[in-house]
Design a protein around this ligand. Structure first.
Ligand code: PRP
Length: 205
């Protein structure tokens, strides 16, 4: 059996559709009920429906052999897993944004609000800018509006959230997309099955 952790929600459903199109469909699959595990013994596959930010933990600790996760999570938490393929979905970018009229005063530390504290710290360390990180858990765009921070480091997809809050991208940090990851031990013991799934998947990308 291959155990696969999928991110709950639209992205997970898209990935399931892709896996199902290459033969990893699951008779029980029904993301609309409250079940969290869907198995199909005949197909040799079991899906776990996991909160997106938890997928990497399930895979790193071996509860799942494979998982589907955003590059943002891999950069932020550096889980000890293999990154097998870029699924070229969920494309967005990690960026610095601020109010349109924001001017950086380099005489003092920059106040940065973000969920992604590690990404923010390494980006600013790389350009030699001293910062103060304000860790938030959501609605990050509010921080510069209320003067809680000077800038934010956050995911920008369509740019609508920034636009509707009169903010704009100031610097792009890194492009983000969805990746297929594998548990390291599982990759050794189930190499044949995992490589097969991966190469079938890559023909569809
Ligand atoms: C993410 C991100 C932005 C938004 C960007 O938030 O934090 O707020 O999406 O998308 P856009 O460029 O298409 O507008 P999410 O919906 O994950 O919620 P959050 O407030 O919990 O971060």
């Amino acid at each position: 059996m291959l155990n696969i952790a999928l991110p709950k929600g639209r992205l997970g459903e898209k990935v399931y559709a892709l896996l199902s199109s290459i033969g990893y469909d699951c008779k029980e699959w029904d993301p609309d009920n409250r079940k969290l595990v869907f198995s199909d013994e005949a197909k040799g596959v079991s899906y776990f429906w996991v909160k997106p930010s938890d997928v990497a933990i399930y895979v790193e600790l071996g509860a799942a052999d494979l998982g589907v996760v955003g590059k943002d999570i891999l950069l932020e938490y550096s889980p000890d897993v293999y990154e097998l393929s870029d699924l070229k979905m969920g494309k967005c970018r990690m960026a610095v944004a601020a109010k349109k009229d924001f001017i950086d005063d380099t005489e003092r530390p920059l106040k940065v609000a973000t969920k992604f504290t590690h990404i923010a710290r390494s980006y600013y360390a790389g350009i030699g800018r001293e910062i103060r990180v304000i860790k938030l858990n959501g609605s990050i765009e509010l921080a510069p509006i209320l003067g809680l921070s000077d800038v934010i480091v956050d995911i920008v997809e369509t740019g609508t959230t920034l636009k509707e809050n009169n903010l704009e991208v100031k610097e792009e940090i890194v492009p983000i997309s969805t990746r297929l990851i594998a548990n390291k031990a599982a990759y050794r013991f189930k190499k044949e099955g995992i490589d097969r799934l991966r190469s079938l998947l890559e023909t569809k990308l």
